[in-house]
Design a protein around this ligand. Structure first.
Ligand SMILES: [Ca+2]
Length: 346
């Protein structure tokens, strides 16, 4: 019975989980191991008139209750010698013994906190705040009932400090996430492995799209080896709550700031300048974007022939789902720049 450490003629005076009459230490230990709350036991030092020993199961230990741990001629105290032998750490956490005798400490996998690593974090912001981890790395996050590993971008890579949760990665050359795609208005994920690989060319749509509340949105566009970011102060219960119903919601980012996503090549027509979520012009086939800005040569928001944004489509070039398209009087000429787009929230 190497599991329990014996302290002769001691008694731990704390509330009992239960008291049993047993023939020996083995029976008492068996009762303790059968009760997940049992951390230690008191066992009578002398047999009663019936030949049995009383056995008390305790939900605490002598380290947590040093004042109640007393010498006593009528009992011996037994506690678990190796606290980690009961495997107290959940979700793959590592148990460390030796913290004050029988106490233990759980070293949790990134994404989990709590004494037993029992609580799953729900965003990279929570990982950043709870664990003060400023290192970008894969974390296991809880999205509703879904547990998923995503790459948490930590610190200021162009959108300000903190923990950034990835939401979508969009290839402008691919029609997967063009304006008409059902992915903008549903709660279905797309290739979640793309959420673990950072700012590369893998497309993805993660459950953070409809699960993760935020106060800031980070937008990035990569063309060649150049990636540029802007951030927008915007609060919502999820990105889906701003886009999923197809209704227009305005933003006031300003055309010059939108253009910094592309850089010196950016071009937009001078008029309209309608921007936000589900932004589009009134004419059939006019330029539009799920997040972005549209422009026109005429004074009204009808036959728009320029756009800069994410989930885009329309005149004059439909096949560009993320980036910048301009014709008929763009302020920097005609353009068709396809970007790899990144959307993150915090
Ligand atoms: Ca026009």
């Amino acid at each position: 019975m190497g599991l329990l450490k014996k302290e002769e003629l001691y008694y731990l005076n704390v509330p009992k989980l239960g008291t049993f009459a047993v023939y020996d230490l083995f029976d008492c230990t068996f009762e303790c191991l059968s009760n997940p709350l049992c951390l230690s036991i008191n066992l009578a030092s002398l047999r009663g008139a019936d030949g049995k020993l009383w056995c008390e199961l305790l939900s605490s230990d002598k380290h947590q209750n040093a004042n109640q741990y007393v010498a006593n001629r009528s009992s011996h105290h037994f506690s678990f010698q190796l606290p980690c032998s009961t495997a107290p750490c959940q979700n793959g956490g590592t148990c460390q013994g030796g913290h004050g005798g029988d106490a233990f400490k759980c070293l949790c996998h990134i994404g989990f906190v709590g004494k037993y690593c029992e609580k799953a974090l729900q965003s990279c912001k929570e990982v950043y705040d709870a664990q003060r981890s400023k290192v970008s790395q894969v974390a296991s996050l809880c999205f509703g009932s879904r547990q998923l590993s995503v790459f948490c971008h930590m610190g200021d890579f162009g959108c300000g400090d903190g923990g950034w949760t990835p939401v979508m990665k969009i290839n402008g050359s691919n029609e997967t996430f063009e304006y008409m795609s059902p992915y903008w208005e549903n709660t279905e994920e797309y290739r979640t492995q793309g959420g673990m690989t950072g700012f590369d060319s893998e497309q993805t749509k993660l459950p953070s799209y409809w699960n993760t509340p935020f106060n800031k949105i980070c937008l990035g566009m990569r063309i060649g080896d150049q990636t540029k970011f802007i951030f927008i102060n915007k609060s919502a219960s999820s990105l889906y709550s701003l886009i999923g119903d197809g209704k227009y919601r305005n933003l006031s980012v300003g055309r010059n700031k939108w253009k910094t996503l592309i850089g010196s090549q950016a071009s937009l027509q001078h008029n309209c300048n309608k921007e936000g979520f589900n932004v589009k012009c009134s004419s059939t086939g006019g330029s539009r974007a799920r997040i972005g800005i549209v422009g026109n040569n005429e004074q009204v928001c009808s036959s728009c022939d320029s756009r800069l944004g994410f989930g885009s489509w329309g005149m004059p070039i439909k096949a560009n789902a993320c980036g910048n398209v301009a014709k008929h009087g763009g302020d920097n000429g005609n353009k068709n720049l396809k970007a790899m787009g990144y959307i993150l929230v915090q």
